[in-house]
Design a protein around this ligand. Structure first.
Ligand code: SAM
Length: 247
């Protein structure tokens, strides 16, 4: 699997993506298109698709540096975050323990700005745990969950179907599932024979029904700042599912 998510560069980009303020990502010294502003806070908006009742257990797969897992903890007694990157999990665990993490926001060439990431005082870090692990090989001891979130993960897996096949046993009866994917299928991460043939949405429907019922399908834009003038401005297909009472 790709080691790209272990790099200092990606760690800094994801700390900014998940924990940067609007002004840190889009500084006020110039005018930005409205659409770029609307793409902020993706890691908050995707868990926002869960219902607002309080449940016992939540899981964020491919959690990166943890922002969505922290958000899920507002309505879950316990949240587990799992990511394949050791560097991302170390950062998420440090933030969970209340540490402030310094990182460089790259401007251009060798010029960067030192920033700090930290979680809000409202978050109870004791409700969360972050583990390094493989979403395609989750051990039975992971247990099952009332809410499972996996954002922008599927098209980074070599065998995404293995995760889809595991979901019915991972989500409790009546539980909720939020999947987000920008459908950016690349040979670098997923061999072409494992890409959806008929389109990602149809592929998800085929894999998840009848165990799950589709509640909603929306688009959520996101913005990852690489330098002062270079951004990834993308839209993710978000599908919200409910696991049936059985099956
Ligand atoms: C595009 S990022 C998305 C991160 C985060 N969910 C978000 O929306 O910002 C993909 C994430 O999946 C993680 N990842 C890749 N392969 C994985 C695997 N087999 N198991 C768990 N996580 C994986 C990467 O380390 C990275 O954090």
């Amino acid at each position: 699997m790709s080691a790209v998510y272990e790099s200092e560069k990606l760690l800094a980009e994801y700390l900014l993506f998940h924990f940067g303020t609007a002004d840190e990502i889009l500084p006020g010294d110039r005018t930005w298109p409205t659409g770029m502003r609307e793409a902020l806070d993706f890691a908050i908006r995707t868990p926002g698709h869960f219902s607002s009742t309080v449940v016992k257990r939540g899981l964020d797969l491919g959690c990166a540096v943890g922002r969505s897992a922290f958000e899920m903890s507002a309505n879950c007694d316990e949240v587990i975050g799992i990511d394949f990157s050791h560097a991302f999990i170390r950062a998420a665990e440090a933030l969970r323990k209340g540490e402030s993490l310094a990182f460089n926001r790259r401007e251009e060439a060798t010029i960067s700005t030192r920033l700090q990431a930290r979680i809000s005082n409202d978050i109870d870090g004791n409700k969360l745990r972050f583990f390094q692990g493989d979403a395609m090989n989750l051990p039975e001891s992971t247990g099952s969950f009332d809410r499972v979130h996996a954002a922008n993960l599927l098209c980074r897996l070599p065998e995404p179907k293995r995760l889809l096949d595991r979901l019915p046993s991972l989500v409790n009866a009546g539980g909720e599932l939020v999947l987000a994917t920008p459908c950016t299928w690349l040979e670098e991460f997923t061999p072409q024979e494992n890409w959806p043939i008929t389109g990602t949405f149809e592929w998800l429907q085929q894999a998840l029904t009848p165990a799950f019922t589709l509640l909603r399908r929306v688009e959520e834009p996101f913005l990852i700042r690489e330098t002062a003038r270079k951004f990834q401005w993308t839209t993710s297909l978000v599908t919200v599912w409910q696991r049936g009472a059985q099956g």
